[in-house]
Design a protein around this ligand. Structure first.
Ligand code: PEP
Length: 252
C-alpha cells in the first residue's frame, strides 16, 4: 500500500512573533501548493491561530506541540484539544521526547493525551524513541514496545485510523547524530511489525512512521528512501523555510 510521506516541522520554543510569521509566509511561498508529501508545522501556542490563518487554503497543516488531558477547569497554563482545534489546528504532537524527559510525561500520561487528542478530533503524531543509555543497554525494542503498548492498547484500529507515529531516537535529537538509513529502517520495520501484532496487518500497512533526529536536507532523501520510513519529524532544520522545503521535496 502506498503511504503518503508526511514531514513535520517542530518549531519547539523558538522564534519571536515576527520571525514565526515570516517563516510561515516563506513556507507558504515554497510549499503552499505542493502536492507530493504532506507538511505539518508545529509552532508555539501563541502563534497557532495567526500561523493557521496565514496558511489557510494551503497544503500546509498546523498542529500544536502538546495538549492537556483535562477538558476544562482550574489547570493554569493548560491548553485543551478543543482549544487547539478552535484556532485552526488539525494535528498535535503526543509524547515528544522533550515532553517525556524535560517535563516528565510518562507512558500513562502520554496514553491519556493520545486518547484526548482523538476525542478532540485531532490527528495525533505519537513520538516514541529510546535514550542513549537505553540504546547502549540493548533496550531499544523493549522501550519502544512499552511506549507503543501503553499508548495504543486501549484503542481499536478504527479509532486510531488517523494516527501518525514518529520514531525519534532521543540520542539523535538536536545532537547532529543521525541513525543511518539502514539503522533507522531496521527499527521502523520492527515498529511496523509490533503494531501489526497490536492492531492487525491492514492497520500496520497504512500507518505512517516518520523518522526524527537531526534530519536535514543532506540526509533526508537517504532516510526517506527506506521502505518503512514514511517521512520525517524535523526540529532545527524546520526553522528555515528553504531547508524545510528541501526536506519536503526530498520525500518521494
Ligand atoms: C525533533 O524535535 O523532533 C527533532 C527531531 O529535532 P532535530 O531535528 O533538531 O533533531
Amino acid at each position: 500500500m502506498a503511504r503518503t510521506p508526511t514531514i513535520g516541522g517542530n518549531w519547539k520554543m523558538n522564534l519571536d512573533f515576527d520571525e514565526a510569521m515570516e517563516l510561515a509566509s516563506g513556507l507558504r511561498n515554497r510549499l503552499g501548493s505542493h502536492r507530493g508529501a504532506e507538511s505539518i508545522i508545529f509552532p508555539s501556542f501563541p502563534y497557532l491561530r495567526p500561523v493557521s490563518q496565514r496558511l489557510r487554503d494551503s497544503a500546509i497543516a498546523v498542529g500544536a506541540q502538546d495538549l492537556h488531558t483535562e477538558a476544562s477547569g482550574a489547570f493554569t497554563s493548560g491548553v485543551t484539544g478543543t482549544m487547539i482545534r478552535s484556532v485552526g489546528c488539525t494535528h498535535v504532537l503526543i509524547g515528544h521526547s522533550e515532553r517525556r524527559t524535560v517535563f516528565g510525561d510518562d507512558d500513562a500520561l502520554v496514553a491519556k493525551k493520545l486518547s484526548v487528542a482523538l476525542t478532540a478530533g485531532l490527528i495525533p503524531v505519537l513520538c516514541i524513541g529510546e535514550t542513549l543509555s537505553e540504546k547502549e543497554a540493548n533496550q531499544t525494542f523493549s522501550v519502544l514496545a512499552r511506549q507503543l503498548d501503553t499508548a495504543l492498547r486501549a484503542h481499536t484500529p478504527e479509532a486510531l485510523s488517523t494516527l501518525i507515529c514518529a520514531y525519534e531516537p532521543v540520542w539523535a535529537i538536536g545532537t547532529g547524530l543521525t541513525a543511518t538509513p539502514e539503522q533507522a529502517q531496521e527499527v521502523h520495520a520492527w515498529v511496523r511489525s509490533h503494531v501489526r501484532g497490536l492492531l492487525g496487518p491492514t492497520f500496520a500497512e497504512q500507518l505512517r512512521i516518520q523518522y526524527g533526529g537531526s534530519v536535514k536536507p543532506a540526509n533526508a532523501a537517504g532516510l526517506m528512501s527506506q521502505p518503512d520510513i514514511d517521512g520525517a519529524l524535523v526540529g532545527g532544520a524546520s526553522l528555515k523555510a528553504e531547508s524545510f522545503a528541501e526536506i519536503v521535496r526530498a520525500a518521494r
